[in-house]
Design a protein around this ligand. Sequence first.
Ligand code: SF4
Length: 215
Amino acid sequence: MKLEELNIKYLLLSPEERIRELYKDFDKVLFTSSFGTTAAYLLHLFHKVNPNETIYFLDTTYHFNETIEYKETLTRLLNLNVVDVKPEDWKNNFTQKDKTWNTDPDLCCSINKVEPIDKIKVNYDVWVSGLMSAQSVHRQNLKVFEQKDDIIKFYPLIDQNEANAKDHMKANALPQHPLLSQGYSSVGCFHCTVAGKGRSGRWVNKSKTECGLHL
Ligand code: SF4
């Protein structure tokens, strides 16, 4: 099915219905999670539809301890099949010594996020992400399906927002990310994240707004 046809078919479906249809339309589904503040919403929906799905967690080595704890909590609670993906040691060591997040955050994200996923995404047809259009101007015009380079991106939550995520998590007794109560609406690496509303706490005082994985 062409991208346009997929977008028409999925437009009026709920996030859960979209995920159910995805497994009818695609065989090789890549699911990554940052275990951020809204991650439990999508993890829970996938868990309902396909509890055996592999969830790749990009371990940049720069995560807050609270994110690692949250990942472990959700993994236990939902019995998730989580696989850590890591950057090459020597390149990651270089970014540690160089403090590349200060001088060239695009290079740092490329080494620690984009390259490790690039290696596994060649094995998949479609890549799932929990992006929501309300999160930033760069995400506003995204559709449920988008072509990105050589893979199709699938955004089942694109017409959802943080309130929907909060409601779903509350209704299903899912725990919140521990940093949410400390004012962090969005959580990434500790070098590049401070407390703030929306994505305002990410890459503060830098022109960068996205890590490059999805956009
Ligand atoms: S978010 Fe910051 S520390 Fe993490 S990989 Fe990107 S630039 Fe490096």
